[in-house]
Design a protein around this ligand. Structure first.
Ligand SMILES: Cc1cc2nc3c(=O)[nH]c(=O)nc-3n(C[C@H](O)[C@H](O)[C@H](O)COP(=O)(O)OP(=O)(O)OC[C@H]3O[C@@H](n4cnc5c(N)ncnc54)[C@H](O)[C@@H]3O)c2cc1C
Length: 508
C-alpha cells in the first residue's frame, strides 16, 4: 500500500470539519482529495504484529509490601459502584488496551471501571494500601502509554462520560467522554469548544495538556475554556478547582498534563456558538517544499485570528513527497485566503480547492495504530538555515521509505492573548508546534525513531520546547514541556500529591 499517509490531528485538516467530503484523520490512510481506506496497524509495509512496549519500571508508593489477595480484590469490587476487571476476566483483553497496540503487552493487575468520583477515591485508597502503581485512563491516547501500568491499577473513568448543559452555555462534561461524543452533544445545541481531532481521543488528556485544534486561533486552547474541574486527589478527596477554590490545582489542570496531580472526573467548559467555516487547501510538488514552508510561515504571520492553517510536509513509503497546506477561516469566506496563500508561496500548486459552510467537528475512524512521534515548539518562524535542515530531514524520511509527516500547527491568535503564566501551558507567545509523526512504512521502527531525532536536530537551534500531549519517553525534562511554569507546577504537585502517588517520570 503506497497511498499517502495522512495522519494525526493536522492531517485532520478536513477531518475536524463535519460535512467535509475529504476525510482524513485517526488511523486512516487517505489523501486530502478524499480517497479514504483503512490503514494496516503498522501503517503499511512492515509486520502487523505490534512491537512490545518498553515502559520504565515504576517505583511503587509505600504500601503493605504484600499484594492484595483475591479476597481483597473482591472487597474492592463490593465497595464501588463500578467494576473491577482482572486478568482472566473475559473483558480484560480489551479493557486494558490503549489506542496504540504497542501497549497491549503492558498488563495492569486490574482495570477499575469507575462510574462515580467516589469509586476513584476508594480505588486510590486501595492501591496505596497495597503499594500498587495508580494511573488514570480516559481516552487511552497517551503517546507513551502513561495511562497503563505493569502490575498496577488502571483507573478507567470512561463510564463517567455524561455531558449536560448548565446556565450560561457552560457544558459539564464527564472526564471519560471522548471527543466524538463531545462534538455531537455540543453540536446538537449549536455550540462548540476548541477540541482536537480524532473522535476517540479523551477530553481529559487533551484538555489537561492544553489542547491543540483547528479552533485554537479563534477560541484558544481546549484548556483555555475550562471554567472548573472536579478532581479526586491522592488522599481520596473529591475537590472542586476553579478561580476561587483550589486555584493552584485549577491552574495546573490547564496545560500541566494528565496523570500527575489527581484524577479529574468532570470539566465545566465555556462553549462558543458554532460558526460556519470556510476551508481551503493547496498541495505543491516537493521541489517547492522550501518555498511552501517559507510562504506558510509568512501567511500565518500575516493572518487574522479567524484564519488557521497547518502545513504538512510528507514523505511516503514509495519515496514520493508532498507539501500541503490545509486552512480554514471562521468568517466562511475562504477564497481570498486561498488566493493570499498562493500569492505568498509564489509557486503554482498541483491542486487547490476551497469549501464553504462547514462546522468544527470530528471525523475519521478510530482504528488503533502503532506510531512514533515527537514534537518541537518554535518560538519564531524558522530562518533559511532551519528551512533547509527540515527539507533535508524530510528527504531522509523519503530515502528510508518511511511514512512520515512533519505537521506544523500555528499558535498565536486567541492562544497568544493570555499571559505565559495564565495557565500551566507555557507556549502562549510561540509561533508554532511541529509534530514529527511516523509509521514504519517500508522501514523499521528504529528508522522511524532515527527520523524523529533527525527532525529534532534539524530545528534544535530554534526550538524552545515540546508539547506535553505529544510526550516522548526519552525526553523527560519537565522544563522542556513547561518552560518557566515548571516550578509552579511542581509546587502544585507537592501540595496536592505530596507522596507522589501519581508518578509520571516523564515530566515532573
Ligand atoms: C490519534 C490521536 C489524535 C490526537 N489528536 C490530538 C489533537 O488534535 N490535539 C491535541 O492537542 N492532541 C492530540 N493528541 C494527543 C492527545 O491530546 C494526548 O495523547 C492526550 O493525552 C490523550 O488524552 P486521552 O484521555 O485520550 O489519553 P489517556 O491515555 O487516557 O491519558 C493521557 C494522560 O492523562 C492521564 N489521565 C487520563 N485520564 C485522566 C483523568 N481523568 N484525570 C487525570 N489524568 C488523566 C493519563 O494517566 C495519562 O498520563 C492525539 C493523540 C492521538 C493518539
Amino acid at each position: 500500500m503506497t497511498g499517502r499517509v495522512v495522519q494525526r490531528r493536522a492531517l485532520l485538516g478536513a477531518a475536524l470539519l463535519t460535512g467535509v467530503g475529504a476525510v482524513a484523520g485517526c488511523g486512516r490512510q487517505s489523501d486530502l482529495n478524499g480517497a479514504v481506506g483503512p490503514a494496516p496497524a503498522d501503517g503499511g509495509g512492515g509486520s502487523t504484529a505490534p512491537p512490545v512496549a518498553s515502559i520504565p519500571a515504576q517505583r511503587l508508593p509505600e504500601g503493605t509490601g504484600s499484594g492484595p489477595t483475591p479476597a481483597d480484590w473482591r472487597a474492592l469490587a463490593e465497595s464501588i459502584a463500578g467494576t473491577v476487571i482482572r486478568p482472566g476476566d473475559p473483558r480484560y483483553p480489551t479493557a486494558h488496551q490503549l489506542f496504540d497496540p504497542v501497549y497491549d503487552s503492558v498488563l495492569p493487575a486490574a482495570v477499575v471501571e469507575c462510574v462515580r468520583p467516589a469509586d476513584v477515591g476508594v480505588t486510590l485508597g486501595f492501591g496505596q494500601r497495597f503499594g500498587l502503581p495508580l494511573v488514570g485512563r480516559s481516552g487511552g491516547h497517551s503517546y507513551i502509554g502513561a495511562s497503563t501500568t505493569h502490575g498496577g491499577i488502571m483507573i478507567d473513568v470512561r463510564p463517567i462520560a455524561k455531558i449536560a448543559f448548565e446556565p450560561g452555555h457552560v457544558a459539564r462534561i464527564g472526564s471519560g467522554a471522548e471527543l466524538g461524543a463531545v462534538y455531537k452533544a455540543l453540536g446538537a445545541e449549536g455550540r462548540v469548544i476548541p477540541a482536537g481531532s480524532c473522535p476517540s481521543v479523551g477530553i481529559a488528556g487533551l484538555a489537561l495538556g492544553g489542547g491543540l485544534s483547528l479552533a485554537n486561533r479563534a477560541f484558544g486552547l481546549t484548556c483555555d475554556v475550562i471554567e472548573q474541574v472536579q478532581v479526586v486527589t491522592a488522599d481520596g478527596q473529591i475537590r472542586i478547582a476553579n478561580a476561587d477554590q483550589n486555584p493552584e490545582l485549577f491552574w495546573a489542570c490547564r496545560g500541566g498534563g494528565g496523570g500527575t496531580l489527581g484524577v479529574v472526573t468532570a470539566f465545566w467548559f465555556k462553549t462558543e456558538a458554532s460558526p460556519l467555516i470556510g476551508t481551503f487547501r493547496a498541495e505543491w510538488a516537493w521541489s517547492n517544499a522550501a518555498k511552501v514552508l517559507r510562504g506558510w510561515q509568512r501567511f500565518i504571520e500575516e493572518s487574522s485570528d479567524e484564519v488557521w492553517a497547518d502545513l504538512l510536509l510528507q514523505a511516503n513509503p514509495d519515496g514520493s513527497q508532498s507539501a500541503t497546506v490545509f486552512g480554514l477561516t471562521t468568517d466562511n469566506d475562504p477564497a481570498p485566503q486561498l488566493a493570499r496563500l498562493l500569492r505568498t508561496v509564489g509557486r503554482d500548486p498541483v491542486s487547490s480547492s476551497y469549501t464553504l459552510n462547514r462546522r468544527f467537528g470530528p471525523s475519521g475512524t478510530d482504528q488503533r495504530t502503532v506510531f512514533y512521534a515527537g514534537t518541537d515548539i518554535l518560538g519564531n518562524p524558522l530562518p533559511e538555515a532551519g528551512i533547509d535542515a527540515v527539507v533535508a530531514a524530510m528527504n531522509k524520511a523519503a530515502a528510508s521509505r518511511l511514512a512520515a509527516t512533519a505537521i506544523w500547527d500555528p499558535l498565536g491568535g486567541a492562544v497568544g492573548r493570555l499571559a505565559v503564566d495564565a495557565t500551566a501551558f507555557p507556549w502562549r507567545k510561540s509561533f508554532a508546534s511541529i509534530q514529527w509523526y511516523a509509521t514504519r512504512g517500508r522501514a523499521t521502527a528504529q528508522a522511524a525513531r532515527d527520523w524523529i531525532d533527525a527532525g529534532h536536530r534539524a530545528v534544535a537551534t530554534w526550538a524552545v520546547g515540546g508539547y506535553v500531549n505529544y510526550l516522548e519517553a526519552d525526553r523527560t525534562n519537565g522544563a522542556l514541556y513547561f518552560d518557566g511554569n515548571v516550578e509552579r507546577l511542581r509546587a502544585a504537585k507537592a501540595k496536592y500529591d505530596p507522596k507522589d502517588v501519581f508518578k509520571l517520570p516523564y515530566t515532573l
